[in-house]
Design a protein around this ligand. Structure first.
Ligand code: IPM
Ligand code: SF4
Length: 467
C-alpha cells in the first residue's frame, strides 16, 4: 500500500535526476509567464542563442502593468509600453500562446490558467510570480520562481530545486456566516507567522477545505506564500473534477476518465507521513483584518490592535514599526478606522464568486461620500461573466467604479495608486509598506465582503452587521 503525500508523489513523478549538488532536477509541466519577470529571461536566452524548449508548455499573459481605464496603445506609461512590447515580441518570436488585452482571455496569470483548465491536478507548475502557489488548489505542485529560473524553464523545462518538507494544516468545521476563505488563510498566517512555512509545502486538509469551492481553495493556496510556504495544495476531489470538466484545456472523452483515475491516485494516502501537522477549528475564525505591514499582522474585526505586551517577543519589533507606519494605536479597536480607498480585485479575490459575494452586500447600498471604491475583475472572462449577471450595474449603482481586468491596485504597477498616506480596505494579499503605489500608503487586508462593508460605512466595519 502506498503511503505518500501528494507532494511526494508528484515530486517523484517529475524528477528527472538527482543532481550532484543533492538538488532535484524537476520537470515543469506548465510554465506561465507575464510581462514583469520574463523580459530579462528572454534576453538571457537570446544572448546564449537558446530557444524555448517547449513553447506549447508555456503560456503568456499581461496583468501587472495593464491600465484598468485607458487601454489605448501606446500606454501613457513608457515603461509599461516597453514591457508590453517585449512580451508581445517574445511570445510571437517563440510561438508561445499569448492572451493579450482584448483577446477575451487576458487577466491575472493565476486567474486565467485555472479558468481555462490549464491548471490540473498532479502537474508541476512554475511562474515568475510568488503567488503561483494559487494553482495548488487543484492538487498541483506550483511555485513562484525568480527571473533566472524563468530562463532555466524556458531553455530546459526543468528546474534545480531542493525538496520541501510537508506540513498538513487541518481546518475542520463549518465557517460562521460572514467568514470566508480569505479569513481562514489570514487566520492561519496570523497563527503560524509569515515565516512559519519556510522550507515547507502546506497541505490544506480537513472538512472546511473539503466544503470549499475551487475559487475559495484558490484564495487559500494563493496566500500560502504569505505564510512563507513556497507552495500550498489541496488534494483533488469531486469538487476539483466538477470544476475542470468541460474547460478548454481539460481532457475530453476517454482521456477525461483516465485523467480522473490518475488524479485520484496522486492524492495523499490516509496513512501518509507529514513533517508537521497543525489543526484549527473553523468556528473560532472571525472576519479578519490586518492592522500592520505584514499579512501575519491580522486580528478579528472585533479585536483591538494588539499591544506589544500581548505579542510574542519576536513580533514586537515589527509591531512598533507597524503602529508608526499605519498610524494606529495599540489597544484601540480596528473597527471604525476610517478608510479612503476600497479595492476589490487581485489573484486572491478577483474571481467571479468574489464579485458575486461582494455584489450581494453592495446591492441597494451606497459607498460613503469621500470614499473611492472600485472593482477590478481578475480576468476578461470574469468581467464578461459579471456583466452577463448584471453585477457591474449593482456595483456602479452603489457608487463603485467598474474597471478592466488586471492586477491593478494590488501592487499598483499600473496607474491605480494610493496617494500620500491614504488608507485602503483591500481584498488583495500584501500590506507591505508602499505596496499600493504610495510610499506612505496604508493597506488593510480583508475579504471582498468586508471591503464592501468598509466602503458603505466609510470605515472598517463588521460585514456580519449586514447579514
Ligand atoms: C511582480 C511579481 C514578481 C510579484 C510577485 O512575485 O509576487 C507580484 O506579482 C506581487 O504580487 O508582488
Ligand atoms: S494580483 Fe497582486 S499578488 Fe496577484 S499576481 Fe498580480 S500583483 Fe501579484
Amino acid at each position: 500500500m502506498s503511503t505518500g503525500t501528494l507532494f511526494d508523489k508528484v515530486w517523484d513523478l517529475h524528477t528527472v535526476r538527482i543532481l550532484p549538488s543533492g538538488q532535484t532536477q524537476l520537470f515543469i509541466g506548465l510554465h506561465l509567464i507575464h510581462e514583469v519577470t520574463s523580459p530579462q529571461a528572454f534576453a538571457m536566452l537570446r544572448d546564449r542563442k537558446l530557444k524555448v524548449l517547449f513553447p506549447d508548455r508555456t503560456v503568456a499573459t499581461v496583468d501587472h502593468i495593464v491600465p484598468t481605464e485607458n487601454q489605448h496603445r501606446p500606454f501613457v506609461d513608457d515603461l509599461a509600453e516597453e514591457m508590453m512590447r517585449a512580451i508581445e515580441t517574445n511570445a510571437k518570436d517563440n510561438n508561445i500562446p499569448f492572451y493579450n488585452i482584448g483577446s477575451g482571455n487576458q487577466g491575472i496569470v493565476h486567474v486565467i490558467a485555472p479558468e481555462q483548465g490549464l491548471t490540473q491536478p498532479g502537474m508541476t507548475i512554475a511562474c515568475g510570480d510568488s503567488h503561483t502557489s494559487t494553482h495548488g488548489a487543484f492538487g498541483a505542485i506550483a511555485f513562484g520562481i525568480g527571473t533566472s529560473q524563468v530562463r532555466d524553464v524556458l531553455a530546459t523545462q526543468t528546474l534545480a530545486l531542493s525538496k520541501l518538507k510537508v506540513r498538513k494544516i487541518e481546518v475542520n468545521g463549518t465557517l460562521p456566516p460572514g467568514v470566508y476563505a480569505k479569513d481562514v488563510v489570514l487566520h492561519i498566517i496570523r497563527k503560524l507567522g509569515v515565516k512559519g512555512g519556510v522550507g515547507y509545502a502546506y497541505e490544506y486538509a480537513g472538512t472546511t477545505f473539503e466544503a470549499m469551492s475551487m475559487e475559495e481553495r484558490m484564495t487559500v493556496c494563493n496566500m500560502a506564500i504569505e505564510g512563507g510556504a513556497r507552495c500550498g495544495y489541496i488534494n483533488p476531489d469531486e469538487v476539483t473534477f466538477e470544476y475542470l470538466k468541460g474547460r478548454d484545456f481539460s481532457p475530453k472523452g476517454q482521456d477525461w476518465d483516465k485523467a480522473v483515475e490518475w488524479w485520484k491516485s496522486i492524492r495523499s494516502d490516509a496513512n501518509a507521513q507529514y513533517d508537521d501537522v497543525v489543526v484549527f477549528d473553523a468556528g473560532e475564525i472571525e472576519p479578519t483584518v490586518t492592522w500592520g505591514i505584514t499579512p501575519g499582522q491580522g486580528i478579528g474585526v472585533t479585536e483591538v490592535v494588539p499591544t506589544p505586551e500581548s505579542l510574542p517577543e519576536g513580533d514586537r519589533f515589527i509591531a512598533q514599526e507597524a503602529y508608526e507606519y499605519m498610524q494606529l494605536k495599540p489597544g484601540s479597536p480596528i473597527m471604525g478606522t476610517p478608510v479612503d480607498v476600497c479595492f476589490i480585485g487581485s489573484c486572491t479575490n478577483g474571481r467571479i464568486s468574489d464579485l458575486r459575494e461582494a455584489a450581494k452586500f453592495a446591492q441597494g447600498r451606497q459607498v460613503a461620500s469621500g470614499v473611492k471604491a472600485f472593482v477590478v475583475p481578475g480576468s476578461e472572462r470574469v468581467k464578461q461573466q459579471a456583466e452577463a449577471e448584471g453585477l457591474d450595474k449593482i456595483f456602479t449603482q452603489a457608487g463603485f467604479e467598474w474597471r478592466e481586468a488586471g492586477c491593478s491596485m494590488c501592487l499598483a504597477m499600473n496607474p491605480d495608486k494610493l496617494v500620500g498616506d491614504q488608507i485602503s480596505a483591500s481584498s488583495s494579499n500584501r500590506n507591505f509598506k508602499g505596496r499600493q503605489g504610495s510610499s506612505t500608503g496604508r493597506t488593510l487586508l480583508m475579504s471582498p465582503a468586508m471591503v464592501v462593508a468598509a466602503a458603505v460605512n466609510g470605515k472598517v466595519s463588521d460585514v456580519r452587521q449586514f447579514i
